[in-house]
Ligand binder design. Sequence first.
Ligand code: AMP
Length: 285
Amino acid sequence: MKVSRTIIELQKCLKELSLSPVGFVPTMGALHEGHISLVKSAISQCPIVVISIFVNPTQFNDKNDLKNYPRTPEGDIALLKNALRETDIVFTPDVKEIYPEEDMREFHFGNLDNVMEALHRPHHFNGVAQVVSRLFDIVKPDIAFFGQKDFQQLAVVKALVKQTGDKVKITGNPIIREIDGLAMSSRNRLLDPGIRNRASIIYKTLSSANSMIGKYDIPEIKSYIKDAINNVPGFNVEYFEIVDDTELIPLTKKTDIRKGKRYYGCIAVQAGKIRLIDNIEIRLV
Ligand code: AMP
């Protein structure tokens, strides 16, 4: 694998190799098996894969979160060395390379801007759209690989590509979990040990939404899930919504369910000092 720090270097490499389709896996580093699953999926479909590692300042609405975001460059390179081929490229730009000037662009995503993460992390998705569109312009991928772990982000990226008319194909890969069910996340390494030991409650409770949907209506399921998690010391649910996978419109009652749509239970939980998100498909049959 090659490591490029600059756009010029990266584009030179891509030109010299001239392989297609070009796969792309954007990340913020502190890599784990969830990221590696995206890399493997990209490798299985593309003769050349670019993995970017860039902690994007414009998507952090909280300065402390940006400051404390885990950065493990040596571990990342070691993990990638194992997974990548000679033709694959790790792109590790600095902030000036991605944003030579302040990015003033504003993106609008309709209802996607009015629910869940968008309500709790103002401007977050504008920052995501800025960095993703900038990275797509630089890498010019044919296929980009994202995780379903960041459910709303995946919907935003698909909407972005529709708006810009970019030809890149966006794929969503399944969530990779720890043995106890906790969704893998770079932020998990920031959890206090006591909180980490109890964090399986999130997935365990989320999973119960599936067995409840036959018997109970949406408000009852929502309050059960919130209460079950809030009862665990150190855990506090920010939101739990059941939404469709395209417009992300929250269900308020079961009669709102529309045929042909897929629904997901999406949750954000404050776990000690760390905010975690997760989701699960709600099977309605
Ligand atoms: P991040 O480094 O957190 O920005 O994530 C980079 C990509 O990896 C995003 O598309 C995430 O959705 C994806 N990702 C993060 N955690 C997981 C996971 N546990 N399973 C699958 N994909 C993941």
